[in-house]
Design a binder for this molecule. Structure first.
Ligand SMILES: [Zn+2]
Length: 397
């Protein structure tokens, strides 16, 4: 067992991290012995930019690297079994801070507190690791604060920044980081993972891997929940067979409503737990306690945060629909252009056939463009309903 086992189809990236983790150990030893650590320091960077398509496993890879840096095994860096590795993987290591953001934007204060944290020497004497999962979700002023921290890190602090593309962060940050690019893992390896870790049968595993377009999280949810496969099928089918304006508008509304229901179900549990936790921490809710005056303001702030998170959930949910549509028209285009590539949507081959025959490759390219435009608009905070309506009009038969 090792920390690298759960990383699917990323041989190149894993090799880089493994080598860096080994250099990191030697560097600590050389420092202790008072030797010259110049060449080792070049192999072990203190700022990393880890990029890759959604679902390729950026956070998993970054966490594995963090574990390898804290590993206590004398033979391999990243054994996966020692207390150091285990604590990092369970997210309880005192020297590893993982920042996941549920909001659209990371606040200036959050980065400021991380910058302060980065100045502290690691409690365990190895490395202080700060892992930022969505390093692109900040405004320029906040990015500049982060840049300053990355430029002059204390000797034992390591920043791991994850984003989809290198262009998502400021060029000045990019140039300070060592870049590791993850790739889309192959269908066969994602399917293998689903068989091994989720206990899926090989046929379902392969289908889910193909349908998810190798998004590991989506593929897992597809094998865990068969209704999700059916739902996905229904949405696609109605989207690609819509012909009238009225139908298109109605479907856009339905999609946005469904995304909202989805999002509120996802958020409901978390929201209540967070509210309970806040009340507890303020001493409210215990027997004989009185509502503290500070409660109202804190509760209002929490609720505002939760509202922003709900907005993000709605966008995430719609984006999954858009990715499915992209996959569908990609299949249509491949069929029209006669390419001998396996279809993603094997379960919709008849519909793909009829759409391919009823349109031209140029029309399909325009539809693909319409979907990409919709994704860009959603990312840029355009109202979901307007975005989906405009796209559905463009997709009509
Ligand atoms: Zn270990």
């Amino acid at each position: 067992m090792s920390v690298w086992e759960d990383i699917v189809g990323q041989k190149g990236a894993v090799g880089i991290f493994q080598a860096a983790a080994v250099s990191a150990r030697e560097l600590r030893q050389t420092d202790k012995d008072g030797g010259d650590s110049g060449s080792l320091a070049r192999k072990m960077s203190q700022a990393w930019l880890i990029t890759g398509p959604p679902g390729a496993g950026r956070s998993v890879a970054a966490l594995a690297f963090a574990a390898a840096l804290q590993c206590e095994d004398s033979q391999i860096a990243g054994c996966g079994c020692c207390p150091g590795c285990q604590r990092v993987l369970k997210n309880t290591h005192p020297d590893v801070k993982v920042v996941t953001t549920e909001r659209l934007i990371i606040k200036m204060e959050e980065i400021a507190s991380l910058v302060t944290l980065a100045q502290q020497a690691p409690a365990g004497g190895k490395w202080r690791v700060i892992l930022l999962e969505d390093a692109d979700r900040m405004v320029e002023r906040t990015s500049n604060l982060l840049l300053k921290a990355i430029e002059e890190p204390p000797p034992r602090t390591v920043w791991l920044l994850c984003t989809t593309q290198p262009g998502d962060v400021l060029p000045t940050i990019r140039s300070r980081c060592r870049h590791v690019a993850l790739v889309t893992p192959p269908v066969s390896q994602v399917a293998e993972l689903l068989v091994e870790k989720e206990g899926a049968d090989p046929v379902t595993a392969r289908r889910a891997a193909a349908l998810s377009q190798c998004h590991i999280g989506v593929a897992k949810s597809l094998v865990r929940d068969e209704t999700e496969l059916a739902r996905r099928h229904d949405i696609l089918l109605s989207a690609v067979t819509t012909s009238s304006v009225a139908q298109a508008v109605l479907l856009a509304q339905k999609l946005v409503e469904a995304a909202k229901t989805d999002a509120s179900e996802r958020a409901a549990k978390k929201d209540q737990a967070e509210l309970d936790e806040l009340h507890r921490s303020l001493g409210y809710g215990q027997e004989g306690s009185r509502l503290p005056p500070a409660l109202k303001a804190q509760e209002t702030a929490l609720k505002a945060d939760q509202k922003r998170r709900a907005t993000r959930y709605v966008r995430d949910s719609l984006d999954r629909v858009l990715l499915n549509l992209l996959g569908f028209y990609r299949d249509v285009y491949l069929l029209q252009s006669g390419a001998k590539v396996p279809l993603i949507n094997v379960d919709l081959s008849q519909t793909i056939d009829s759409v391919a025959q009823g349109s031209t490759p140029q029309r399909t390219l325009r539809r693909l463009d319409a979907i990409r435009t919709a994704r860009r608009r959603l990312a840029a905070n355009v109202t979901p309903l307007l975005t989906m309506e405009a796209m559905m009009m463009d997709l009509r038969q």
